[in-house]
Design a protein around this ligand. Structure first.
Ligand SMILES: Nc1ncnc2c1ncn2[C@@H]1O[C@H](COP(=O)(O)OP(=O)(O)OP(=O)(O)O)[C@@H](O)[C@H]1O
Ligand SMILES: [Mg+2]
Length: 205
């Protein structure tokens, strides 16, 4: 199926104009899709979810719906703009699920495009990093009262820094490709942070 055909399965208004691939992501395949509605340009993000990484895409989408619903309620309570502060996932016209499935069984999702947004793959500007921290803190604040136990664990131990460090120590000790000497400085830098990086996991345990 084409990007256009997939878009047409979602409940988004207007007329399809075109699409461009977004190359900043690491995992999913992402397109910015341009529409026009009543003479106004509209953009959406269309993503094919990587099934090798996310084995149960329905459950990932269920997590996203639960989180965005909770955030939306708190954003409304704070009197802020939901359009500005809450991710919106569009539903399938046919199934009303927040995804559609194409002819080869791949899952696609569609979000409102966040206008004027900019993605940094790397960033040396502390001001920008600080603003990202503020945004993340605001997002967490809007999760107040959310039952995290209700979420599906999409990738077990993904954030388990203790296990990540254990794997790193093991890989260093084995050094199967003889590359440890080339990354000594990077490893030492990471080991300096080990205590702090594992603190949240320690508290969780
Ligand atoms: N709603 C949105 N509005 C604007 N740009 C977006 C939106 N969603 C995603 N993008 C852009 O698409 C890129 C890829 O999206 P995303 O980060 O969700 O996928 P990924 O990197 O493949 O997977 P993940 O980050 O979940 O590991 C983002 O880095 C961002 O540039
Ligand atoms: Mg990403």
């Amino acid at each position: 199926m084409t990007v256009r055909e997939i878009c047409e399965l979602f409940n988004i208004g207007g007329k399809y104009v075109g699409c461009e691939e977004v190359s900043t992501g690491n995992i999913n395949c992402t397109y910015k899709v341009n529409y026009i509605r009543d003479g106004v340009d509209k953009s959406y993000i269309l993503q094919r979810i990587n099934k090798l990484v996310f084995k149960e895409p329905e459950k990932v989408m269920d997590n996203i719906v639960r989180v965005t619903h909770h955030v939306r309620m708190n954003v409304i309570k704070k009197g802020l703009s939901t359009k500005k502060f809450v991710l919106r996932a569009f539903l399938s016209k046919e199934t009303e699920q927040p995804f559609v499935i194409d002819e080869v069984g791949d899952y696609w999702r569609c979000y409102r495009f966040i206008k004027n947004s900019h993605t940094y793959d790397t960033c040396d500007d502390l001001g920008i990093i600080e603003r990202a921290g503020t945004a993340f803190g605001r997002f967490q604040n809007c999760l107040e009262g959310f039952d995290a136990e209700s979420l599906f664990i999409s990738i077990p131990d993904f954030h388990n820094t203790k296990k990540r460090y254990e794997a790193l120590h093991k890989a260093e000790a084995e050094d199967v490709k003889g590359r440890v000497k080339k990354v000594r400085a990077e490893l030492d830098e990471l080991y300096k942070m080990e205590g702090l990086a594992c603190e949240l996991q320690r508290l969780l345990d």
